[in-house]
Structures are given as structure tokens and as C-alpha cells.
Design a protein around this ligand. Sequence first.
Ligand code: NAD
Length: 424
Amino acid sequence: MKEANLWEDARGRLEIAAKQTSLEPLLHARLAEPDRVVEMSLSIQMDDGRIKEFPAFRVQHSNIRGPYKGGLRYHPRVDMDEAKALAFWMTMKCAIADIPFGGGKGGIAVNPKELSAGELERLTREFTRKLAPVIGSDKDVPAPDVNTNAKIMDWIRDEYEQITHTNAPGVVTGKSLEHGGSEGRTEATGLGGALVLSSILKTLGRDPRGMTVAIQGFGNVGSYLARYLKKMGCVIVALSDSKGGLYIPRGITDLDAIEECKERSGRLAGCYCVGSVCDLSNMESLGGKDIQPEDTLTLPVDIVVPAALEGAITKENAHKIQASIVLEMANGPTTSEADEILSQRGVTVIPDVLANSGGVAVSYFEWLQNKSDEHWKVERVYEALQEKMETAAAKVAEVAASRNCSLRDAAYIIALERIVQKYS
Ligand code: NAD
């Protein structure tokens, strides 16, 4: 899905926002480069005795508004330019959600599915050893991203505490509940996306009930989002993962059964579920058909949701999008060229820096709980998340209306204005 250089694309976005806000040149220059990049090579012993090396990165983009904050991604395609762009978007996202964090991102170029549990743990602990001097609860706070999870965050906390001889629950967020995690963190990004969509639909005078949705990516973000959108009355008609997907125009009803089927078979394709029986033989009775991952975005639906990786919507497929709304749950799923095409075609794009900020919002609540040694009930987390998402969405919609600009432009204007406030 990757095309042009993501970092160049992100910097292009900064250029536009800088002009719109008459950003002071020195601050502009500082935001146009990350504060720091840390490049590592991680050597570990594999189960068969071989020594293998994995490139790894941490980018600290800006801490003007607070400690660097952002996920760690384990994926063969992780590289420095991707990490720089993702770190920059985190700086913007935290400012839009009005969270006192800056932006960071990192990861390891590895396919974790090819590692044993022991190899994954050794790799994560080695990564932590090399990251330890630059992370910390008031310095830089990593979190999960693609292919990383609570278990990996628990290992990082544990290794970091051993190295520094401290109790440091706030060094990472997205931990398991037993190791200082927050209620509601796992589902936070999906839930946050549903709350943002609901707020924006209100401003457009549209009712979510009956709106059809196609979601590309059925991991943490896509699977929870599907559930919350269904609760709002949307009809989920298509889902896909990296290996394929399904399209059922009359609606996908049993998301739990589909999730179990995906876990069992390792793929979403073919998970046509009737009751607890999920297989291809149900395809016809459900009126469904198989789709390729990239087809998900161009189906005749009301809302499309890229929730996989960046660069999903490009100048090649932007013309083919039939939906009137794109809810960007992945980071950077739309290239600048594609964004321009969508804008000209009157498609409402709810930008990633707003749509997927629920995860970092609850990460912030986790960090606050760790700092004060508290444990919030899930209701309190949901309430605080709802407040954050609705306030952020309303502000973005208000600025877009008053400046007659896109939601993305409005989001970046708000972010830069908030950074300026802290900078001066
Ligand atoms: P995940 O690893 O849990 O899931 C990713 C999903 O995308 C998987 O189902 C995978 O099969 C699918 N996928 C990969 N390539 C695909 C393709 N070409 N077509 C269709 N599906 C494909 O990751 P996640 O945590 O759900 O993250 C998804 C996106 O959301 C990423 O861009 C991530 O940066 C962003 N994001 C995640 C969080 C979070 O809290 N997890 C927060 C903000 C943003």
C-alpha cells in the first residue's frame, strides 16, 4: 500500500497548515524535523542458536506540549521515514485531543508472526535495553501499535524497571490490567472513532442508523470500531484483512462469530457465519461475496474506513471511492494527492489525527492513573473518553465551518495554534 515518501507527505501537510496559521519560521523549522532519531540494531539469539539482527527506530518529534508519546510497531516494513511521519502525526493528534503529550513513534523491522514467543520476548527486552536512556514516564512514553500489544508493553515496563531499578508503571501505556494498564484501553481507538463519527454526522445533519460501512483492516482498531458502529445503527457490509475479506450487502450480523473464525483460521476470508458455523458454504445463503483487501474501499457504501496501514487511498483509487464519508482510522491512510481528489469530489474525510485519537486519549488516562496510583472504573474511562472525543470533534467541525476549510485543515490549524500557545 505504501507509495511516495510518507515523511515528505507529512511535511507537505505541515507546510499547508503553517501558511494557514502564519506559523513563526523558527517554530516551523523545528516542527519540520524531529527533535531526535534513535537508530538501533537489535541482535538476539534465535531458538535454533543463530544470531539475528533487526533494525529498530525511535523518533521523538516534538515535546513542546509534553513528553513524547506514540506507539511501537513491529512490521517488516517499518523504516525511519515511516516512523518520522507517524511521530509527527502523534504531535498533531495529541494537540487536537488537547492531551499534554508531544509526538513519538518507533518500531522494529520484523515480522513478529515468524518469531516464537521466546524470540519475541528477547527481542522486546533487547529493544527496551537500547531504548532505556531515552524513554521514561516524563520523557517518552511508548504504547502499542500494529502487531504490538499489552504483553509486549508489560515486558517493556518490566525490563525498564530492572534496568533503572525503579517502579515506573508510566514508562509505557497499553499495559495489561494486572501490570498497571487502564480499563477501556484495548477498545479505546475503535470506540473513539465511533464517537468522533457520531459527532461529525450530527454536524452534517445525518443519522448513522442504516448507513452502510466497509472497513479495511480487522485488527484491534477495525474489530472494535465495527462493533461500536453496529451499536450506533450502522450496517457493516464489508470487512477485510491483509489476506482478503467478505462483502455481505444486507449486513454482517455476527461480529463475535467472525472474530472467532478469524482467530481459528488465521484469516477473515471465508468467515461467512450463520450461528456458530462459519464457512464458505454459507456465502450464497447470506448473499455474500469474497473481496480483495483493496476492493473494500471502493464498494458502494456510505462510509469507508481504512483501518489497516498507511497509503491505502492513493491517486489511483481515490476516483473510485463511492462513499460520501471516509473515516480514517489508520494513521496516514490517504496520500495528499488522494486527499485533493476526495476533496474535489465532495467526500467528507474525517482525518486520522482526529478519528483515531481515542487510543492516545485513554493512554493519557492510563498514565494519569499510574502517576496517582489510582485505578479508574471503566465507566469513568468511557465518560472521560466521550468528553475528549466530542470536544475535539466539535472544535474541528467549528473551525472547518468558520474558516470554510476541510476537517483535516481545521484539525491541523487547531494543533498548530495549541503548540504555539505552549511554545511562546
Ligand atoms: P492490528 O495489527 O491489530 O491490525 C491491523 C489489521 O490490518 C490486520 O487485520 C491486518 O490483517 C490488516 N491489514 C494489513 N494490511 C492490510 C491490507 N492491505 N488490506 C486490508 N487489511 C490489511 O493494528 P491496529 O492496532 O488495529 O492498527 C491499525 C491502524 O490503526 C494502524 O494504522 C495504526 O497505526 C492505527 N492506530 C492504531 C491505534 C491503536 O490503539 N491500536 C491507535 C491509533 C491508530
